[in-house]
Write a new protein. Structure first.
Length: 138
């Protein structure tokens, strides 16, 4: 009886630790995909295939729902499946990402000039459950 009680306590502690570990892994996966997509956006911006001026968007990183989309050109042409789309990744389930202080639930865009520099704030917040991480895309 004592053995069963000890096992029950250990299992209840283990479940809590496991869920925190899973949430942390999903946050890390989302961060990796966000950094990878930003790197792709920088490379596309520096190629400047659209001939954008320095103060104009040469590439765009867009978060639409759970999809990260990288496009060449201006933000208006950046949609999933469009000819401007260059790369796409899907974020893990139940993971929210905010780019540049945008509001949750809205499409978020980060435009880059032809040097690969962000035209607005490149800060981000990634959250899954009780695990959260903040940073700046550079």
């Amino acid at each position: 009886m004592v053995t069963i009680a000890i096992l029950a306590i250990l299992c209840s502690v283990g479940v809590g630790l496991t869920s925190a570990w899973i949430q942390g892994a999903k946050v890390h996966e989302a961060k990796t995909k966000l950094i990878q997509s930003f790197g792709m956006a920088v490379a596309i911006a520096q190629r400047n295939a659209t001939g954008a001026a320095l103060s104009d968007a040469s590439s765009v990183l867009k978060l639409s729902g759970q999809e990260l989309i990288v496009c060449s050109g201006n933000p208006a042409s950046c949609t999933s499946g469009s000819s401007a789309q260059q790369w796409k990744a899907t974020l893990p389930n139940n993971t929210s990402v905010l780019i540049g202080g945008a509001k949750a639930g809205s499409d978020q865009t980060l435009s880059l000039d032809n040097t690969g520099a962000a035209l607005s704030s490149a800060g981000y917040v990634i959250t899954n459950g009780s695990v959260s991480e903040k940073g700046t895309l550079q």
